[in-house]
Write a protein that binds this ligand. Structure first.
Ligand SMILES: Cc1ncc(C[n+]2csc(CCOP(=O)(O)OP(=O)(O)O)c2C)c(N)n1
Ligand code: SF4
Ligand SMILES: [Mg+2]
Length: 308
């Protein structure tokens, strides 16, 4: 999401970013994502006054309240609308979108399609706890088959929607995947997403111990692999020696689809295309290059001529 102006202030610290205590359940994965965001901002020396965190609604939607930056907790499924306006009019700002699996793929699915396709400049964090948490455990598009929720108490009967495959199919220019319990990998993923110009889609496996305590065996490493490449994202340093590593060139779209469809989960950079046109840049260039028009009597040509 590289922006057009350089950082105008001195380094930010973790303390500067501190706000009220988050109202999430104990051990919620959202704490890890919040910390990953803060660490990334400190490492990258981002400014509080040019960073905007935008969210929809959900437990995930609370993050902007807990970062001492500018922010907007918007409405369910609509953070992309708000963020598009910011990206169009304020290229000097760093725009981060925080959206849950329900927010991004159910009510906001249509907006996600067009946001990804337009490739406007932002980092999109999809918190995937595989259910609607704030509204107390309903099935979401990513709920795993067989998992019981309040809306499907005898077990969800559909296969989950694969968000990574979906956005690759739409033509995303940047697709990466990480997890809330890997702070080092999460921060590096955000850094790679930020360095990319365009819509950077970051899928985050997120624990919801309150409604789904057995999801994600976060202490084990035998169910996933890190995608590795010199131009990719380095594996999480705390567990790199225990986890499987899979070489993958992030310019190879066909392989990206193959890994996305695999039963095994992969963390790392699936795909990056630095040449895809960026919507807000195109729009700004259009405005800049537009020829001035004489606006006098401009409405007359739309009038109905009674004499004709
Ligand atoms: C227009 C509208 N419809 C429905 C709701 C109720 N609602 C609030 S959050 C939510 C689902 C949130 O799920 P997700 O996006 O996965 O976020 P999580 O809570 O899991 O982080 C729903 C249906 C709402 N607030 N607004
Ligand atoms: S309900 Fe789940 S996602 Fe929401 S705060 Fe609690 S643990 Fe986190
Ligand atoms: Mg959710």
């Amino acid at each position: 999401m590289t922006t057009e102006t350089s950082n105008p202030t001195a380094s930010v610290t973790l303390k500067d970013l501190q706000t009220e205590n988050p109202r999430w359940c104990t051990a919620c994965g959202d704490f890890g994502i919040l910390m990953g965001m803060k660490r990334f901002m400190v490492d990258k020396k981002l400014s509080q006054i040019t960073t905007v965190n935008v969210s929809g609604i959900g437990c995930s939607g609370r993050t902007p309240n807990y970062m001492n930056t500018y922010g907007a907790h918007t409405i369910h499924g609509r953070p992309i609308t708000f963020a598009t306006g910011l990206a169009l009019t304020r290229p000097d700002l760093q725009v981060f979108i925080h959206s849950g699996d329900g927010d991004a793929l159910s009510i906001g699915g249509n907006h996600l399609i067009h946001g990804v396709n337009k490739n406007f400049n932002c980092v999109f964090l999809m918190y995937d706890n595989e259910l609607y948490a704030l509204t107390k455990s309903q099935s979401s598009p990513t709920t795993r088959k067989g998992h019981a929720t309040n809306t499907q108490p005898s077990g969800t009967f559909m296969d989950p929607l694969n968000a990574v495959r979906l956005v690759l199919g739409i033509g995303a220019s940047f697709v990466a995947s990480t997890a809330d319990w890997m702070p080092d990998h999460l921060a590096k993923t955000l850094e790679a997403a930020y360095d990319h110009k365009g819509f950077s889609f970051v899928h985050i496996s997120q624990r919801c111990p309150h409604f789904d305590p057995n999801n994600f065996a976060h202490k084990e490493t035998n169910w996933f692999s890190f995608l590795t490449h010199e131009k990719g994202i380095a594996p999480d340093k705390r567990i790199a020696d225990k986890a499987a590593l899979t070489p993958h060139d992030p310019s190879n779209l066909q392989d990206a689809f193959r890994f996305a469809a695999d039963d095994r989960r992969y963390f790392g950079l699936f795909y990056r295309d630095s040449n895809k046109p960026v919507y807000d840049q195109i729009m700004r260039d259009m405005v800049k290059n537009a020829k001035p028009k004489n606006r006098a009597n401009i409405l007359d040509k739309f009038g109905i001529n009674d004499q004709a």
